[in-house]
Design a protein. Sequence first.
Length: 268
Amino acid sequence: MRLLAVDWSGDLHGARRRIRVAEARPGRLLEVRGGLDRDGVGELMAELRDGPESAVVGMDFSFGLPGWFAREHGCATLPQVWALAAADGERWLRECPPPFWGRPGTRRPADDPARPLFRRTEQDARDRGLHPLSTFQVGGAGAVGTGSVRGMALLGAWRRAGIGVWPLDPAPGPAGVLVAEIYPRAMTGPVVKSSSSARAAYVAADARVPQQLRADVVATEDAFDASLAALGMAEHAAELGSLRVLTDPTALLEGAMWLPPREHFPVS
């Protein structure tokens, strides 16, 4: 089974410069590469689907939105949320209507227990010491909303093309490929990723990264995240290769992150 991680990008025109794809096997990074835009990642999924080996691919964008938002917009299933994102997502990003925020002139909504800004899977991760941001934040430092909205808009088409999407599909997916939402920070640990020297020191101390790949891994934060995420996934290949459909109604509406066991990730 192949294990890959994609560091995604929501950039409207510059995604090709940002997206990185890494592949690893247990204990060793095999490749990290760029040059793909979002459509190119979809083409890669199709190549994997048609290839000889099964694959699990980690994607670092939110696969859903909080359940209350989905229900208020008439969605009862996760594929309906993806269809909503495909239909309305660009308007959300352009107009930034509440509860979205992050564009100039918008503010973070007040906390409301009835309308939480985080999905349950994100809150669970926060309870474990991680710090995922709200998918509703589409601008500002660390914002994940733009990439998530543009990623969700593609998930439905990928699934119709035979690419499995966890937690709706089990490994290895209906045609041998399963994509799962991941959180790379759970696998990088406490490193200042914005510092090239810190990335270099981290990678130099990691025997899983071959010497010939180190420069590519540390070249950008995106490459670093993709590479360490792929290595982290590879450490749990058996678990990823046996993922089952979740039956929890909240996960089936909001999506769910795959995270390594708590004892396996140091957090900052």
